[in-house]
Design a protein around this ligand. Structure first.
Ligand SMILES: Nc1ncnc2c1ncn2[C@@H]1O[C@H](COP(=O)(O)OP(=O)(O)OP(=O)(O)O)[C@@H](O)[C@H]1O
Ligand SMILES: [Mg+2]
Length: 226
């Protein structure tokens, strides 16, 4: 589903920063993979490349057979919208929109009518167990609830790939486990491929495979099964 071939990413500032250094990796459809490593080891960079949010300096990134590195920006944007759901540490919800409106936004942006968009959004909120909070603004929700809303939004077009950058990084451990359980449900229900960045070994334990990055290199890859 996701393949990286000799991928490097170098950021050129005053002096070049090698964020990823010749990473080779294949993730099959339906896998749930944790990416671990210390701060600055390249985890977010890796996730952003997998999701087509950024382009590698060298190498190829393939997603569902498409080579992201050869796609033009507009085609990449389209592919990202169709195939990938993103979840972030700070939820990235729009503060002035209710939970329902936040989840409805991807549909509205796609040109769907408001009523239909909100109907779909409500179904997604139900899926994440939050239909009772649809009229709440983000700051009227707990952290865990905000992350559920963000996950519902990420699922708008039932993407085959869900990428989560420290989705539990801002939550207490109990709420974190609830979010991981939800991600696992999502993965089973939609047969989605899930890649999540985490610092938390307890979170990584929810994944059947754990990758370790160090200084931009893939240090280890456990194909651990339950
Ligand atoms: N846009 C950028 N411009 C320049 N350097 C960057 C950029 N993004 C990341 N880097 C550098 O690349 C390296 C890897 O960064 P990355 O954000 O991938 O680390 P990370 O493993 O996600 O860290 P953290 O756990 O702190 O989130 C770091 O040294 C960082 O300073
Ligand atoms: Mg990061």
């Amino acid at each position: 589903m996701i393949e990286l071939r000799h991928v490097s990413k170098i950021f050129h500032l005053q002096k070049p920063v090698v964020a990823l250094d010749n990473v080779n990796l294949a993730i099959e459809a339906g896998e749930m993979v944790a990416v671990m490593g210390s701060s600055g080891s390249g985890k977010s960079t890796l996730l952003n490349l997998m999701g087509g949010l950024d382009r590698p300096s060298q190498g190829q990134v393939l997603l569902g057979g498409h080579d992201l590195t050869t796609l033009r920006d507009d085609a990449l944007t389209e592919l990202r919208r169709e195939k990938i759901g993103f979840v972030f540490q700070f939820f990235n919800l729009i503060a002035t929109l209710t939970a329902l409106q936040n989840v409805a936004l991807p549909f509205l942006l796609r040109g769907l009518a408001r009523g239909k968009s909100e109907q779909k959004a409500l179904a997604l909120l139900e899926l994440v167990g939050l239909s009772g909070r649809s009229a709440h603004l983000p700051d009227e929700l707990s952290g865990g609830e905000q992350q559920r809303v963000a996950i519902a939004r990420a699922l708008a077009f039932y993407p085959p790939v869900l990428l989560a950058d420290e989705p539990t990084g801002n939550l207490d451990s109990h709420t974190g486990i609830e979010i991981l359980t939800l991600l696992r449900q999502v993965r089973e229900q939609f047969r989605a491929t899930v890649v999540l960045v985490t610092h938390d070994p307890a979170a990584a334990a929810h994944c059947e495979r754990v990758l370790h990055l160090k200084d931009g290199r893939l240090l280890s890859d456990s194909n651990r099964k339950f």
